[in-house]
Design a protein around this ligand. Structure first.
Ligand code: SF4
Length: 348
């Protein structure tokens, strides 16, 4: 049983983050923000696969200005990712973004920070402080561990916002190294009340990145830490969203779409389980129903797992048993098994 850390609630557009709100899934566009049609198309694609918050890099004034055209065309909250230049933050706020990702300590001039915070406060727009292990300030005490430095850097940014009486704060502390990331989040979780955005950064291509993200994010979520998550992959962003939901589903924290239980096969298998499972997965990828489907290879574990699922097949030699809600409903020849299962899935 996971007991979530109680964080303060903030609103990001139409979404609640923190408190007892569901852990939300976010991603980042990989288009050039200045390319308005491409960016809108990518956000719409991400909305369809369940992305709930989208962050856009704002490298210059043209990108900030593009937000005016992008914001009205998409439904999910948009967060403008700003580094250093307060003018980009002000332009993004007036373009109607729902959130900023910005570290106030990097802006420099306190008057400029004040101007950004004043504008965010007037519009009730939250600011996410995002500290990355790879870009820590150079003046932190050298005796601190990387995780301690990350926390110290974040606390510095938080103090600036709190000093301006601004509390719509969300914080992330990301590193490539999983133990460092976990250490940093567990430390800051007890120091501040604000919601935490959790992720492992720069994890690489899907094969290794998924494992690294699942271990890091999964451990933190299991400890109750995390109000929003992003799986950072060197891959199209819809893969990040799919992976994020798989992590949340595996911890029973969110329900979205079907779950396929399939056996790894062994020498007891007398049918092509890999082929059957691939066809079933392909069909399940197209539906949203939160159902559990089992594809099992033999009579040892097959009937048990199939009975636990909404639908399941337990294969034998040349045929399989078809289960629906725990009840055996048919004995089906091997070459008709997948079609029979897909018909039942469609009828649920
Ligand atoms: Fe082997 Fe049966 Fe287990 Fe599949 S379900 S791995 S066939 S024992």
């Amino acid at each position: 049983m996971i007991t979530r850390r109680q964080s303060t609630e903030i609103r990001l557009g139409n979404l609640t983050i923190g408190g007892s709100a569901p852990i939300s899934v976010q991603s980042m566009t990989k288009t050039d923000t200045r390319n308005i049609p491409a960016t809108i198309a990518q956000i719409k694609e991400l909305e369809e696969c369940g992305c709930e918050i989208i962050r856009l890099a704002i490298p210059d004034m043209e990108a900030a200005s593009a937000l005016k055209s992008i914001r009205p065309k998409v439904k999910i909250p948009i967060v403008a990712d700003i580094h250093f230049d307060y003018r980009l933050a002000l332009a993004s706020l007036s373009a109607g973004v729902d959130g900023l990702r910005l570290n106030p300590g990097n802006i420099g001039d306190p008057e400029r920070v004040k101007a950004v915070v004043k504008s965010a406060k007037e519009r009730e727009i939250p600011i996410r402080i995002g500290v990355n292990a790879g870009s820590l300030p150079k003046d932190l005490p050298p005796e601190l561990t990387i995780a301690q430095k990350m926390v110290k850097a974040a606390m510095g940014h938080i103090k600036i916002l709190e000093g301006l009486d601004f509390g719509l704060i969300k914080v992330s502390l990301k590193a490539f190294d999983v133990p460092t990331t976990i250490e940093a989040y567990t430390q800051i979780a007890s120091l501040i009340p604000y919601p935490l955005h959790v992720g492992i950064t720069e994890t690489g291509t899907p094969k290794t990145g998924l494992v690294r993200s699942a271990v890091g994010i999964g451990n933190l979520l299991y400890m109750g830490i995390g109000d929003t998550i992003r799986v950072s992959l060197t891959a199209p962003p819809h893969e990040e969203v799919f992976a994020a939901y798989e992590i949340l589903k595996s911890l029973n924290l969110r329900q979205r779409g079907p779950i396929l239980v399939s056996c790894p096969t062994c020498s007891r298998t007398e049918v092509d389980i890999v082929g059957i499972a691939s066809r079933v997965q392909e069909a399940l990828n197209k539906i949203d129903k939160p159902i559990r489907v089992a594809v099992m290879g033999c009579a040892v574990n097959g009937p048990g797992e199939s009975k636990e699922a909404d639908l399941g097949i337990a294969c034998g030699k040349g045929q399989g048993l078809l289960f629906r809600k725990g009840e055996k409903i048919a004995v089906v020849p091997e070459d008709e098994l997948v079609d029979a299962l897909l018909r039942e899935i469609a009828s649920l």
